[in-house]
Design a protein around this ligand. Structure first.
Ligand code: FEO
Length: 174
C-alpha cells in the first residue's frame, strides 16, 4: 500500500508528465508554424513519450491500490526566439523533471517504500537519456548558428523520429 505522502507525490508527477506532453506539443506547434517539420515531428514524438510516462505512473498507482487524482495543466509556452532557444527550454525542462524524479526517490526512501523505489529506477535512467539527448541537440544548434543548410540538415535528421500516433493515423482504415 502507498503511504499518503507517496501517493500525493506520485499523483503530482502524473500531472507533471502530462504537462510535459503539453509542453512538447506547444513547441511542436511553434516549429510547425516556422516550417520546421522535422523538429515538429521530434517534439510530437516526445509529447507522446511524455504521455506514456504519465500512464506508467497512473497504472502503477492503481496497481498499488491508490487513487489517481488529476490536476489542472498549465498553458505551455509556444513562442521562442529561435530553434536553439526552444531546445534550450527543452533541456532546462528535463533538468527540472530529473529533480522532481529525484525528490520522488527521496520520498520512497524516507517512506521505506521499496517497490516504489524500484519502480522509479526506470525514470531515473530515462532522465539521464532525456537530458543527454536534449543537450546534444542544443550543442549541435550552437555549432550550426544561423546557417540555413545546417538547420535544414538537422531538421531532416530529427524528423526521422516518427510518433506512433502519426503512423497509426496514416494506416488505411476499413
Ligand atoms: Fe517524462 Fe521528459 O520526462
Amino acid at each position: 500500500m502507498l503511504s499518503e505522502r507517496m501517493l500525493k507525490a506520485l499523483n503530482e508527477q502524473i500531472t507533471k508528465e502530462l504537462f510535459s506532453a503539453y509542453f512538447y506539443l506547444g513547441i511542436a506547434a511553434y516549429f510547425k508554424e516556422l516550417g520546421f517539420e522535422g523538429f515538429a515531428t521530434w517534439m510530437e514524438a516526445q509529447a507522446e513519450e511524455e504521455f506514456g510516462h504519465a500512464i506508467r505512473i497512473y497504472d502503477y498507482v492503481f496497481e498499488r491500490g491508490g487513487s489517481v487524482e488529476l490536476e489542472k495543466i498549465e498553458k505551455p509556452k509556444q513562442d521562442f526566439a529561435s530553434p536553439l532557444k526552444a531546445f534550450e527550454a527543452v533541456y532546462l525542462h528535463e533538468v527540472g523533471v530529473t529533480e522532481s524524479i529525484y525528490k520522488l526517490v527521496d520520498i520512497a526512501e524516507e517512506e521505506k517504500d521499496r517497490a516504489t523505489y524500484q519502480f522509479l529506477q526506470w525514470f531515473v535512467e530515462e532522465q539521464v537519456e532525456e537530458e543527454a539527448t536534449a543537450k546534444a541537440i542544443v550543442d549541435k544548434l550552437k555549432i550550426i548558428g544561423d546557417n540555413p543548410h545546417g538547420l535544414f540538415m538537422l531538421d531532416r535528421e530529427l524528423g526521422a523520429r516518427a510518433p506512433k500516433f502519426r503512423v497509426m493515423l496514416l494506416q488505411p482504415t476499413e
